[in-house]
Design a protein around this ligand. Sequence first.
Ligand SMILES: O=C([O-])CC(=O)C(=O)O
Ligand SMILES: [Mg+2]
Length: 230
Amino acid sequence: MSNVGCRVFMKINRPSKELVEGFRGIPVANIADEMNRFSCVDARIKPYNNRPLLGTAFTVKARVADNLLLHKALELAQPGDVIIVDAQGDTANAITGEIMMTQAAVNGLAGVVIDGAIRDAAQMQELDMPVYAAGVQPKGPYKDGPGEINVPVSCGGVVVNPGDIVVGDADGIVIISPKDAPETLKKAIAKLAKEQAIIQGIKDRVPRDKSWVDKALTKVGCEYIDDVYK
Ligand SMILES: O=C([O-])CC(=O)C(=O)O
Ligand SMILES: [Mg+2]
């Protein structure tokens, strides 16, 4: 028998630190491009301080407006973990704030992502740990449960499994399964290098072949009109 909806799984298969660290400094956009534009959490979920995010997912499934399981997660998560809270996108009550996030930072967590609301938003700027959320709301949480820890959750429309690699920056967050990570990392590094070369070329005014633009417009039958719009 298992009390589905109120369980705490105490163990996670965490990827090696080395594999996770490989993603440090790689833009989320480059990683997402190499995952065929999948696996990015919804744009509703934004950074509340300007800190890049990198770590291993420690998941929490919270009851709407309730943070009992997040309190338990703060006790159990390890340094380097990113707590991912599936609060079902609800922003009617904040489920965390300055006190809890200060505890998370002091515990050495790599970050917290809430598909729900936070409060004490101004104080997040001072916090030495990235916090991402779907909104801000002064009304506080209930602390009754139920909920679960370290089960697959939904965060911004993406399934997050405990132990997944989480990378975030100003653009948003991408979730990578450790089994896909080595190949994805290799491709993302190459993509970053390619984009950096393009940008340098633009700055150096090196001519670029953009003939694909006209080819694509021809393909869709684009019409060129030698007149003003009337
Ligand atoms: O009161 C709460 O549970 C959330 C909060 O504002 C804090 O952690 O500072
Ligand atoms: Mg508070």
